[in-house]
Design a protein around this ligand. Structure first.
Ligand SMILES: N[C@@H](CCC(=O)N[C@@H](CS)C(=O)NCC(=O)O)C(=O)O
Length: 208
């Protein structure tokens, strides 16, 4: 049995779409960040870091989108969700590592400055620096689509659902995402995929 622990609209959406792409049966367990459910004793037993996503596969827990998406692509090779050529696969992993270690933290700085600095002035500075970095990162993502239909090239991969998370956060954070024409055209393409629609809609239907 495969179980995904997620929170609506969080970065776990990437793993949720990834799982949907496999066509395998799975169950969803909402962990509502807004209600602090990631810090409950029960969830900390699953992921002691108190973060989503977590993917439980027959009782073995995997964490981190990069690891989960790579696992799903390898576990279901017939779905061709990531290249099998080692250097092409490494290019995908490299982009996901950049998402996780640079793009995601830049949004966190702009959204949750109180986690990184004490005092109003310091927090305002962290927030402003975070906004600038996040916007620069969105421009870089936009440039990745200039010649390609999908983020890694001509083929859809599980790196695409991860890039969707940041588009959504950009909209939510009031960034002028429509100015990024290639990223926006790709987002429209993504939203036409039934797997993406299903995952996004099911998260919107979770009562928070
Ligand atoms: N690098 C991790 C990031 C996980 C992460 O920070 N998740 C956030 C949601 S977007 C979370 O669970 N935050 C809860 C908290 O920090 O209390 C990944 O990609 O899986």
């Amino acid at each position: 049995m495969i179980t995904l622990y997620f929170s609506p609209g969080a970065c776990s959406l990437a793993s949720h779409i990834g799982l949907e792409e496999t066509g395998a049966p799975y169950e969803l367990k909402p962990i509502l960040l807004a209600k602090g459910q990631q810090k409950t004793e029960a969830y900390l037993k699953i992921n002691p870091r108190g973060k989503v996503p977590s993917l439980s596969v027959d009782g073995k827990v995997l964490v981190e989108n990069t690891a989960i998406l790579t696992y799903l692509a390898r576990r279901f090779p017939e779905k061709k969700l990531m290249p099998t050529d080692p250097s092409e696969e490494a290019r995908c992993i490299g982009t996901m590592c950049w998402f996780s270690s640079v793009v995601h933290p830049s949004y966190q700085h702009s959204h949750r400055p109180e986690r990184f600095a004490e005092g109003e002035a310091a927090q305002a500075e962290v927030k402003e620096t975070g906004r600038k970095s996040f916007w620069a990162n969105c421009h870089e993502i936009d440039s990745m689509f200039q010649k390609n239909d999908w983020i890694m090239g001509s083929e859809y991969t599980l790196v695409d659902p991860y890039a969707l998370v940041f588009y959504g956060w950009g909209v939510r954070g009031g960034f002028p995402m429509k100015e990024l024409s290639a990223y926006t055209a790709w987002q429209d393409r993504m939203m036409k995929r039934p797997t993406v629609q299903k995952s996004v809609e099911s998260e919107q239907n979770v009562s928070t």
